[in-house]
Ligand binder design. Structure first.
Ligand SMILES: [Zn+2]
Length: 344
């Protein structure tokens, strides 16, 4: 079948490529409709590796997908042909210790689409476990369904923060993950969100998505702005969706006493951390790796329109132009948030 194949660093082709997959009794076969391009896909394209994961053989890219079930295994009772679905791209070992503890995203044996050596979903069809395949509400489009995967990161971060109604949150970074984190924070009960970035179009878009105050950190100080707005107290939660070296210091400065910092962005190298600055606020530090148990909740929030990701889908390409889509996503205009490829 035709697929978008990363041959090696900086070399992509859309060509015939067979992925051997047989439909097991607990699997479904899904005709792919829409796939979003993630920062990790672009990173593999440009650099050939993320941390310990190195592309050593041609690999199909893509892990943010929605489509239609075309065939179900004999033991599948929850889905049937014709169902519109999205898929959770990481499939853990069901017998793994982390999986049995409910921490399946941390299972060392997890197989995650487009993380070498596992092939991704930029191809006409995939076989996937029914347990990691979720029905879209009728009012949720395929394009929105393909946004559930990045949204799941923000949802997981909001869970880790243990938000309470009325919390004030800061999100550092207004890229795709920062924006879905802001939406998740509001859906989780935050009264308002301050979001930072250095690109005015991203901040302008963020301001249209709810009670979100944009902060351009080229000219403004997030800590000062949050203190001014909270009677000098600070933010209950700071989500770092940027991962730049100074983010931790900015997060500690903006945080209220007893507040929580959730680290989402991945710095390229070890970063310094002012332990005492964290201690004097008894800051609670949380980290996330991908997500677990949030796809059904993300879809429920989309279905009720408590979360609307449609403004984040800024660019669409056909499958024939998939390489051009990746070239664009590698160097997008600042007005772009999510680039998607339509296969159907
Ligand atoms: Zn992604």
């Amino acid at each position: 079948m035709p697929a978008l194949v990363l041959e090696k660093t900086k070399v992509l082709s859309r060509r015939e490529f067979e992925v051997a997959e047989t439909l097991g009794p607990h699997d479904v076969r899904v005709a792919i409709h829409t796939v979003g391009i993630c920062g990790s896909d672009v990173h593999y394209y440009q650099h050939g590796a993320i941390g310990p994961f190195v592309v050593r053989a041609p690999m199909v890219l893509g892990h943010e997908a929605a489509g239609t079930v075309v065939e179900v295994g004999g033991a599948v009772a929850t889905l049937r042909a014709g169902d519109r679905v999205c898929m959770e791209p990481g499939v853990p070992d069901p017998d793994g210790r982390a999986t049995r503890l409910g921490l399946y995203n941390l299972d060392p044996g997890v197989r995650f689409w487009a993380t070498p050596p596992v092939h991704g979903c930029l191809r006409p069809s995939v076989v996937h476990p029914a347990a990691f395949t979720f029905k879209l509400p009728d009012n949720v489009s395929f394009a929105e369904g393909a946004m559930v995967e990045p949204l799941a990161v923000g949802m997981h971060a909001a869970n880790k923060a243990r938000l309470r109604p009325g919390d004030v949150a800061v999100v550092l970074g207004a890229g795709p993950i920062g924006l879905v984190t802001a939406l998740s924070a509001l859906a989780g009960g935050c009264s308002r969100v301050f979001i930072t970035d250095v690109q005015p179009p991203k901040l302008a878009l963020a301001a249209t998505l709810g009670p979100i105050t944009p902060v351009d950190v080229r000219t403004e100080n997030i800590g000062e702005i949050v203190r001014r707005a909270t009677g000098g107290w600070g933010a209950d939660v700071v989500f770092d969706a940027a991962g730049y070296p100074g983010a931790l210091a900015a997060a500690l400065d903006a945080l209220c006493p007893g507040g929580c910092i959730v680290l989402i962005g991945m710095p390229g190298a070890a970063v310094p951390f002012d332990v005492v600055a964290a201690q004097v606020k008894e800051a609670r530090l949380e980290t996330i790796f991908r997500y677990a148990h949030v796809f059904p909740r993300a879809l429920a929030l989309m279905g009720s329109r408590k979360i609307d990701v449609r403004p984040l889908i800024t660019d669409r390409y056909g499958f024939a132009d998939a390489v051009a889509a990746f070239d664009y996503a590698s160097n997008p205009r600042p007005t772009s948030v999510k680039v998607q490829i339509e296969l159907a």
